[in-house]
Design a protein around this ligand. Sequence first.
Ligand code: FES
Length: 375
Amino acid sequence: MENQLTIANQPQFHRLKIAKKRQLTKNAFALELEIPEELKSKYQYMAGQFVTLKYHFNEKEIQNDYSFTSAPFEDKTELAIKINGEKSSTNFLFQNYHIGNEISVSEPLGRFFIPSKPNEKRTIIAFAAGIGITPIISHIKNILFEEKSTRIFLFYGNKSYEDIILKDELELLLKDNVGRLEVYYFLSQEPVKDKLFQGRLDEKKISLIINQILHLDEDDEESTIWDSTDKVLICGPGTMIKSVANACYNHGIPKKNIHFELFETFNDDIYPTEKEFPLIENVNVKIKFNHIEKDGIVLKNNERKILQQLLDMGYKLPYSCKSGICGSCLCYLKNGEVDMTEDEYLTEKEKLQGKILPCVSIAMSKDVYLDFDLY
Ligand code: FES
C-alpha cells in the first residue's frame, strides 16, 4: 500500500541491513532485516503489525507498508512484498535491494493485533487473499505458539496454485499442528475439482464455508465450529474485506470480534452506515497541519466524509486507507462535533483525548476544527 503520510504523522525510521532475501512466488519476495542490538527494543512488534519502507524510485520518495510474516517469538524479522508489475516501485525494490544493502525502515506500526489468551481454548477463523497472508501467517504462528489449546481455520484465496504465497511455511505449520490448524485454499483463475474451492472469498463463499466446512464440531456435539468462533481475522483487498466482514457479521459474529487489515486505499465504509444524518450545509472547517493553520474552508454540506471533501479541495492531509483502519489521518477534534461511521481503530483513551479519524467522520456541527499536529 503506498502510504500518503506527510510530516505530521511520520513514524521514526532507522537504516537497517537486509540479512536475507528470498523469492516466494513469481510476484512476491521476502526480506529479512538485521536489527542491531541497540535498536532491538524499538523493533519489538506484535503479530499483525507492519513497517513502512522508505526509498527513492524515479526521483520520488516512496513509502510502502509491509506486514511482518515472522512472529514475535521467532529469532527473525521478516516481511513479504508483492511485486505490482514490471514498472512498479516494488519491482525496483526487488531488483535493486540485495543482502547487505541498507534501507530506511519505520518502527513497527499498525493495530491489527489481538491479545493472547494462553489459558483459553479458542477457535479463530482467518481469511486471507493473496499478499494478505502476511500478517495472517504471523498471527497463526503466534497463536499456535502462545495458545496451546486454540485451534485455527485458515481460508486463503489466490488466483492460481502457483500464486499461493508462503505455501511451504503453511504446509510445515499444518504438519506440526495436526488437529489445531486447518488450511483451505481457494483459486479464482484455475479450475478446481471441488467447486467449493473455486472462486473468490466473498459473501456467498463464506456462507458455503460456514455450512459445509465449519458445521459439525468434533470437539462439541452441541455446537458448530462457526458457533464457537471467538475471533475472525481478515486481510486482503478492500472489496474482499468488506464482503467477508459483512458475511461474518451477518452470520452472527459481533463487529468487535472481526479484525481486519487493509493493504490499499479503499474509499468506502467496511460496514454499511446504519444511521441517517441531519443535513448541515456550508460547514466551516479550520485545520492545523505542520504548524500552519488554515481557516475559512467551507464544505458544501455534511453528506460526504470530511477528509475526502478536504482532499478534493486540494488540501494535502495525511491518509492511507480512507476506511478508518490504518490511523494515518488521526487528528484532534479541537472544536465542533462529528459522527464516525467506523471507530474500531481508536482506543477509549484516544477518544477521551478528542482524537478522531476524519476519513470516516461526518460533520455534525456548523463549525469544525481539526488539528493534525499530534506531536
Ligand atoms: S486514512 Fe486510514 S484511518 Fe483514516
